[in-house]
Design a protein. Structure first.
Length: 149
């Protein structure tokens, strides 16, 4: 069977169309995948503090500051968590930089301990916001009543 010029042009056109479509799908998919992998496996380090111990102290101070505000029974869990996480800033922006600064086993262990404390505090804030607010309000009212003459 002889090939006609029209059928050959249609095949070439189809192949070109498939290639162009594939590029429109493959290139953005590859770029976005690389961006996601970079964020997951190598987060930006942020601005490095002067030393590991200085950075560790800053992280601890930020956790204490975030924990300090009293829970308000009028806030939702989401609002409470946003407030907690916002209170951790700006110190926790440079958390990634401490992985490179803290090299001794003692410093690495301290960093792990602070990370654990941060997540435990966040967990506690989440559950306090939902389960303990009524008990805390009652205890505060009782405390005020007991201080009255």
């Amino acid at each position: 069977m002889a090939r006609t010029p029209r059928s050959r042009a249609a095949k070439v056109g189809r192949r070109v169309g498939i290639a162009v479509f594939s590029l429109f799908v493959a290139i953005p998919t590859a770029v976005w995948s690389i961006q996601i992998m970079q964020v997951v496996w190598s987060p930006p380090p942020g601005t490095a503090p002067g030393s590991c111990r200085e950075g560790l102290r800053s992280l601890l101070d930020a956790v204490a500051r975030a924990r300090a505000p009293e829970l308000d029974e009028r806030r939702s869990e989401r609002e409470t968590m946003q407030r907690f996480r916002a209170s951790l800033l700006p110190e926790w922006h440079f958390r990634g930089a401490l992985d490179g600064l803290c090299r001794t086993p003692e410093e690495v262990e301290m960093l792990r301990t602070i990370d654990g404390l941060r997540y435990a505090e966040e967990h506690a804030v989440r559950y306090e916001a939902t389960a303990l607010l009524a008990q805390r309000a009652a205890a505060n009212a009782l405390s005020i009543k007991l201080r009255e003459p």
